[in-house]
Write a protein that binds this ligand. Structure first.
Ligand code: NAI
Length: 327
């Protein structure tokens, strides 16, 4: 069994090599992302393994089908980068529905704490023996209101942590949980009452630019926005405008709408073409990490184990419990 593994990084290789021990699977690791131009590398394999910024559009899928690829194994939870209609009836897609929701929820909190307590500024100052506190005043989370959009696996972990801080938690979900826990309100109430808003819903047609210019008008002045879900939940230009007008107090972004050509790569020697991103990064109250929220040892181990199990189950039994697109 041969697998063509795209967008591979050293941390992927070590976690997968461990998970592959004793399995009759040969994996060829490619650094390049999967798209219609690179799909040819998968020739001779039976399965491709792809990640969040690989482009599995209809053109790529068609090529993979022509090359005899029998399975697309996503090593992530989200599948918004896959044209499922193009896959239907031709090629099944499996994913890793959950690996460590804690990794993402804790990263969202890490960004929030860093931002509001100005740790990113203090770190640089003390490295330079500058021990001044001027401009580093933060605020307590205790007693503040946090709005959580999406109360699935990650949202729930995030809510638990916020409750530990003594925050008042408001939630919105298109498909609310039936248990007593979350305090569900309308989206408008989230926008109007929250001091902090964190997105934990998937990217769909409905959630595309869920945070846009007209929504930003409704927000509380000084609100902190956290996005660890998918970049396109936020209209980045509207966000930038909201920051410039001081409506938005801070933004903590682990994802960005146009991240696919930049994130996971070192482009420090190049001129950044994306002016919106460059301007956002230049803001003192914007913290950006490059889709790193999942990156813990526990999550990597779980991703590798589940992906390998998905592949084995599919080729041995013809199905896997983690199929997104059934043939
Ligand atoms: P999940 O499927 O457990 O939860 C998603 C929740 O969003 C569900 O409760 C669902 O009902 C809700 N939802 C669906 N449509 C909605 C809408 N229109 N409005 C409001 N809520 C809606 O997913 P999980 O595991 O909690 O992941 C959430 C998102 O986090 C993923 O979709 C993915 O995009 C992102 N993610 C980011 C990672 C990173 O490294 N930054 C890693 C893993 C996931």
């Amino acid at each position: 069994m041969k697998v063509a593994f795209f967008d591979s990084k050293p941390y992927d290789i070590s976690s997968f090599e461990k998970a592959l021990q004793g399995k009759d699977i040969t994996v060829k690791f490619y650094e390049t992302k999967l798209n219609a131009d690179t799909a040819g590398l998968a020739k001779g394999a039976e399965c491709v393994c792809a990640f969040v910024n690989d482009t599995l559009d209809s053109e790529t899928i068609e090529k993979l089908v022509d090359f005899g690829i029998k399975l697309i194994a996503l090593r992530c939870a989200g599948y918004n980068n896959v044209d499922l209609d193009a896959c239907k009836g031709k090629i099944p897609v499996v994913r890793v529905p959950a690996y460590s929701p804690y990794s993402v929820a804790e990263h969202a909190i890490a960004m929030l704490m860093t931002s509001i307590r100005r740790i990113h500024k203090a770190y640089i100052r003390t490295k330079d023996f500058n021990f001044s506190l001027n401009g580093l005043t933060g605020f307590d989370l205790h007693g503040k209101t946090v709005g959580v959009v999406g109360t699935g696996k990650i949202g729930k972990c995030f809510i638990d942590i916020c409750k530990g801080f003594g925050m008042n938690v408001l939630c919105y979900d298109k498909f609310p949980l039936t248990d007593e826990g979350p305090n569900y309100v309308s989206l408008d109430e989230i926008w109007e009452k929250s001091d902090v808003i964190s997105f934990h819903c998937p990217l769909t047609d409905e959630t595309h630019h869920i945070l846009n210019e007209s929504v930003i008008e409704k927000l509380k002045k000084g609100v902190v926005i956290i996005n660890t879900s998918r970049g396109a939940l936020i209209d980045a230009e509207a966000l930038l405008e909201g920051i410039k007008t001081r409506k938005i107090g801070a933004a903590c972004l682990d994802v960005y709408e146009e991240e696919s050509d930049l994130f996971f790569r070192d482009v420090s020697g190049h001129i950044l073409e994306d002016d919106t991103l460059a301007r956002l990064i230049s803001m003192p109250n914007v913290i950006l990490t490059s889709h790193q929220a999942f990156l813990t040892e526990e999550a990597l181990e779980a991703i590798a184990t589940t992906t390998v199990n998905n592949i084995v189950a599919f080729f041995e039994d013809g199905k896997s419990e983690n199929e997104v697109c059934v043939n």
